[in-house]
Write a protein that binds this ligand. Structure first.
Ligand code: FEC
Length: 311
């Protein structure tokens, strides 16, 4: 593989088993173990999503394999993909080490999240850069792909399918609000001039226009359980506000995420859905991208375009 270009495919990571939840949570909290109460609460959320299975692991594996296949089609024999996770094994640093062991000298890094924030994609990149410098690998990074035309088409199709599904479920007459959403971050990113919020609005607007959905807005979800203020409004507050305005049907489009995982399967499908039901709102969610061919092409084309920068 020495002559190949390495592709470090980075994703959030999920526990390997229920026994691993505490270590995973401690890693997310930068080495501070959770209290017994916090741990119990997170464990319950994992148990609630399909009986304690960790779908993000399988989905990330599938996306890495799908990207490798797509690169093989577009540029046969030129690329070798490696996986690096933010909060679980194989960690980002492990992925870079695997590349070095395979004799890779040049590599491109890409994150399985379309929007750039210094606190998300930026922190993945920082860790990969440090390890690559240590091991003498030259690396370039895809920082965002939130307006890639194929990503927009893939999301547009899902919004149209979701609207058709809601129309069948008897709410065709009252109109449907499309709610684009993404993981909240601490409010301090605003003062840092971070592009996260702007990029999320750009994706939302492009998808809404392509799908012909006129009635839409953006909301945050999954804010962390810390004392500092997080970007809002949160989806649960947004639902309450929409209910007061008489909205009866909502299609959630979590465009900040690309897989089925806890923040979608619990925070939206269980928590937000229950809140909507209480408010008399019919809530559905668009299907996630997972291994969608158009998403795989978005990743592959972004990697190939970036390769030019490493000579
Ligand atoms: O399915 C799974 O096992 C993992 C689901 C999962 C994804 C995910 C994505 C993002 N996060 C982002 C930011 C933060 C910040 C904190 C934070 C905390 C958690 C906790 C869990 C968790 N996140 Fe996450 N995130 C997922 C899971 N996240 C569990 C800890 C308990 C909790 O607060 O709910 C706060 C950390 C701190 O204390 O400082 C910040 C961002 C994304 C989307 C981009 C990406 O995928 O990287 C941003 C999936």
């Amino acid at each position: 593989q020495e002559n190949k270009i390495g592709v470090l495919v980075m994703s959030y990571g999920t526990p390997e088993s229920m026994d691993d939840v505490e270590a995973y949570y401690t890693h997310i909290r930068r080495g501070h173990p959770p209290t017994a109460e916090q741990l119990a609460e997170l464990t319950e959320r994992y148990e609630a999503i399909v009986g304690g299975v960790f779908p993000l692991r399988e989905n990330t594996n599938g996306q890495v394999a799908g990207l490798q296949d797509k690169l093989e089609t577009l540029a046969p024999g030129q690329y070798a993909c490696f996986q690096g996770l933010k909060h679980a094994r194989p960690y980002i640093e492990d992925g870079v080490e695997e590349m070095a062991k395979a004799g890779i000298r040049r590599a491109v890094g890409i994150v399985l999240a379309p929007h750039y924030s210094v606190m998300s994609v930026g922190s993945y990149m920082k860790r990969a850069k440090e390890k690559a410098a240590e091991l003498g690998i030259e690396m370039a990074f895809v920082e965002q792909y939130h307006l890639h035309p194929k990503l927009i088409v893939a999301l547009k199709e899902r919004v149209q399918d979701g609207l058709a599904s809601i129309a069948k479920a008897a709410h065709a007459d009252t109109g449907v609000k499309v709610l684009f959403s993404a993981h909240s971050l601490p409010e301090k990113i605003r003062e840092m001039g971070d592009p996260y919020e702007k990029q999320l609005l750009e994706t939302s607007e492009a998808v809404a226009n392509a799908a012909g959905a006129e009635d839409w807005q953006f909301t945050w979800q999954s804010a962390g359980r810390t004392r500092e203020p997080w970007l809002g409004p949160d989806i649960l507050d947004t639902l309450a506000e929409l209910s007061e305005k008489g909205v009866k049907a909502v299609l959630v489009a979590p465009v900040g995420f690309v897989s089925d995982h806890l923040e979608v399967l619990y925070d939206l499908d269980i928590e937000a859905k229950a809140e909507a039901a209480k408010l008399g709102i019919h809530l559905e969610r668009i299907a996630m991208l997972n291994r969608d061919p158009l998403y795989m092409e978005t990743l592959a084309e972004s990697v190939i375009a970036k390769t030019a920068q490493i000579g």
